[in-house]
Design a binder for this molecule. Structure first.
Ligand SMILES: Cc1cc2nc3c(=O)[nH]c(=O)nc-3n(C[C@H](O)[C@H](O)[C@H](O)COP(=O)(O)OP(=O)(O)OC[C@H]3O[C@@H](n4cnc5c(N)ncnc54)[C@H](O)[C@@H]3O)c2cc1C
Ligand code: HEM
Length: 392
């Protein structure tokens, strides 16, 4: 537990961390990844290179420091962190590694004059408290997933039983467990963790489930990323019959039960969790507006499937927006999605539940547009296909 003096130190160092927070965590990552090779596979190197992961951690630490007196206000942030951690199998033994590197980075970046032994001791106590909160919350999620029907803890071996090309750059992969037993029924919107060994090096990645889980298999749909390690491996190397390890599904971007009209908005491969949500919503009487933006018809995945659903379910209205003019006759709008177009596609009554996902710039625009069109902010939900980032 932190004493009053330590709390005061933490609060006093928040402004310093706010100006130097990112440098601090960048420094910390470099140190940790070079000195502790055992944690390297947990972190996606591309997210380090873009700076998104150091930024997300800096934000997490700062939020915590700002709310040191009212930790209950961190609710949403903790939920998001623990789900990402659980889907990548972050374990209690990893926390002391992060803790010692973080404290050394604070000392090195701030200099010994500011980072006195008292300041370091206060941060050590604060880190310990935050780590305990996260470890405890993560353990209850691990336990819950282990005890649920079809659930498990850690890795479980799955076999690729089917693959299906969905567009020029997206392919679906269907995985069934080698033990032949049922699988945990994921909630629509959740993602699984894949553990792969490529050229001898371990890689972990999250992929959203792109179909409602039937309790027997999981489906993911992966976009080929230029220069991407795992997506290219899956597209080019993984064949039916191959096996790999999966971590149980996790994620808090899930479809909440509600009678309000549902608006699903996606850009590119961001369509994947909205497909599972769409399937789930169509099992109810809910009105659904499914809006998808793609560069063009060639890269637009699942169009026939969604069109087929729209024919069978009058409660579903679907709209497509293509960025490129060429071959865009079959789109409902051409160019980048604008607020005017989105306004025409939303239900007239703006008391809706909106879920959106896509590239960061797309999400920033959609967030702004939904607000501008009068959708209550707390009814607008989103997820990132990478470390969380500010959308302002
Ligand atoms: C919750 C969640 C759900 C997701 N769901 C999906 C989904 O349904 N479908 C999907 O396709 N993806 C999804 N993703 C993204 C997915 O996890 C991977 O990030 C994605 O497939 C890219 O991985 P990769 O290994 O192919 O690319 P990476 O090897 O991670 O590379 C990504 C990009 O960064 C570049 N890069 C790599 N290393 C460096 C470096 N050192 N310096 C500079 N640039 C570099 C690469 O050239 C490439 O363009 C999801 C992510 C999350 C967090
Ligand atoms: C108190 C300690 C910690 C805090 C405050 C913290 C905070 C965060 C935050 C804010 C994110 C981003 C969440 C998101 O994108 O939605 C994150 C992701 C992540 N964390 Fe932690 N974390 C802590 C400990 C750890 C530990 C001990 C490890 C393992 C060594 C770890 C590994 C990861 C990984 C691998 C990701 C995903 C990175 C990515 O998407 O590239 N974290 N963490």
């Amino acid at each position: 537990m932190l004493n009053a003096e330590q709390r005061a130190i933490i609060k006093a160092t928040v402004p310093l961390l706010e100006t130097g927070g990112e440098a601090l965590t960048t420094h910390f990552y470099k140190m940790m990844l070079s000195e502790y090779p055992e944690v390297r596979p947990l972190f996606n190197q591309a997210h380090q290179a873009s700076g998104d992961q150091p930024r997300a951690l800096a934000n997490g630490v700062l939020m915590y420091a700002r709310h040191i007196d009212q930790l209950e206000q961190l609710g949403g942030l903790v939920g998001q962190i623990i789900n990402k951690h659980v889907a990548l199998q972050i374990l209690p033994e990893h926390y002391p590694i992060v803790g010692s590197c973080l404290l050394r980075a604070i000392e090195e970046v701030l200099g010994k004059e500011i980072a006195t032994p008292e300041v370091i001791a206060a941060w050590a106590a604060a880190y310990g408290q935050l780590a305990d909160i996260l470890i405890g919350a993560e353990e209850s999620l691990y336990k819950q997933k282990e005890e649920a029907a079809g659930g498990w803890r850690g890795t479980r071996e799955f076999r690729l039983v089917r693959r299906e090309q969905e567009s020029s750059e997206i392919t679906s992969f269907y995985f069934a467990p080698v033990d032949g037993q049922p699988v945990l029924k994921a909630e629509p919107g959740q993602y699984i963790g894949l553990q792969l060994f490529i050229d001898g090096a371990e890689q972990r990645r999250n992929y959203s489930l792109s179909a409602l889980c039937d309790g027997q298999q999981y489906r993911i749909s992966v976009k080929r990323e230029e220069g991407g390690k795992v997506s290219n491996y899956l597209h080019d190397q993984l064949v039916v019959g191959d096996t790999l390890q999966l971590f149980p599904p996790a994620g808090d971007f899930t479809l909440a039960a509600s009678d309000k009209p549902l608006v699903l908005i996606s850009g590119g491969v961001g369509i994947t969790p909205t497909l599972a949500m769409l399937e789930a919503a169509l099992q109810t009487q809910r009105e659904v507006h499914f809006i998808h933006c793609a560069r063009n018809g060639a890269v637009h995945a699942f169009r026939d499937w969604v069109d087929g659903l729209a024919e069978r379910h009058p409660q579903l209205k679907r709209f497509y927006c293509y960025a490129e003019e060429e071959g865009a006759q079959s789109a409902d709008a051409v160019g980048l999605l604008s607020q005017d177009v989105l306004g025409e596609w939303l239900p007239r009554e703006r008391d809706v539940d909106a879920y959106f996902l896509g590239p960061k710039s797309f999400m920033a625009a959609v967030k702004r547009q939904l607000k501008g069109l009068g959708v209550p902010e707390q009814q607008s939900r989103y997820e990132f296909f990478g470390p969380a980032a500010a959308l302002e």
